[in-house]
Design a protein around this ligand. Structure first.
Ligand code: PEP
Length: 258
């Protein structure tokens, strides 16, 4: 139900090696091509581990695949003494179109806060990479009925350093933490409530044009069997998919939700 180009992004997390990565991307592209998928109508993105990106780049470039790809994290720093980090320049050179920032697993296990998430988004934008900025509440917040206020505070924090032009090129993923990897998907109404509120906040922070331009994804136990009902909601422009993106046919079915 969106006028924006829907975006389906597969977050592989820390799974697969480079052989498996190539196999999955090939199978995904073939399945979609066989089904005559219009890649311009629903954008298809895979987000492999850093160590698979070069292999995916070689395959996508060599076979001229219309699948886009990106990374699961990026450093906020430009370059230098940051052992273990990967810069936006490095990702840009590998042909990454997207990068996930502020995934709840990074917030939870690596102590990432909204300011760092915003700095990472800014670093990505500076190199022409679209950040997929993840926000969303945990179970306690949901039980208290505070999901909208909590998530909008994350949006405020992450966008504090971004101007309107930068904001307009971002993607936001609303991922309620209690729905990630649990099989417990939010209802379409739950997803719409928060995705709509996020768009409203972007209009307040920037303008109606910016709010209109930004794609807001839902993430959390999305499968081919539940994606269509969530995508039917006005403010849901796509999905960030974890587990179900590791199977080519299942992810292809999600991409072909309509
Ligand atoms: C995710 O990790 O972004 C995610 C939504 O995972 P899953 O689809 O497995 O719940």
């Amino acid at each position: 139900a969106t006028t924006r180009t829907p975006l389906m992004a597969g977050n592989w997390k820390m799974n697969l090696d480079h052989h498996e990565a190539i196999g999955l991307v090939q199978k995904l592209a073939w399945t979609l091509t066989d089904a005559r998928h219009d890649f311009a109508a629903v954008e298809t993105v895979v987000l492999p581990p850093f160590t698979d990106l070069r292999s995916v780049q070689t395959l996508v470039d060599g076979d001229k695949l219309e699948v886009r790809y990106g990374a699961q994290d990026v450093s906020a720093h430009e370059s230098g003494a940051y052992t273990g980090e990967v810069s936006a320049t490095m990702l840009a050179k590998l042909g990454c179109s997207y990068v996930v920032v502020g995934h709840s697993e990074r917030r939870q296990y690596h102590g990432e806060d909204d300011a760092l998430v915003g700095a990472k988004a800014k670093a990505a934008l500076g190199k022409g990479i679209t950040p997929i900025i993840c926000v969303g509440e945990g179970l306690e917040v949901r039980k208290a009925g505070e999901q909208v206020a909590h998530t909008l505070a994350q949006v405020d924090g992450a966008y504090a350093g971004l101007d309107a032009e930068q904001a307009a090129t971002t993607v936001i993923a609303y991922e309620p933490v209690w729905a990630i990897g649990t099989g417990e998907v939010a209802t379409p109404e739950d997803a719409q409530e928060v995705c709509g509120a996020i768009r409203g906040r972007l209009a307040e922070l920037y303008s109606a044009d910016v709010a209109d331009a930004v794609r807001v994804l839902y993430g959390g136990s999305v499968k081919s069997s539940n994606v269509a009902s969530i995508m039917a909601k006005d403010d849901v422009d796509g999905a960030l998919v974890g587990g179900a993106s590791l199977k080519a046919e299942e992810f292809a079915a999600i991409v072909r939700y309509r």
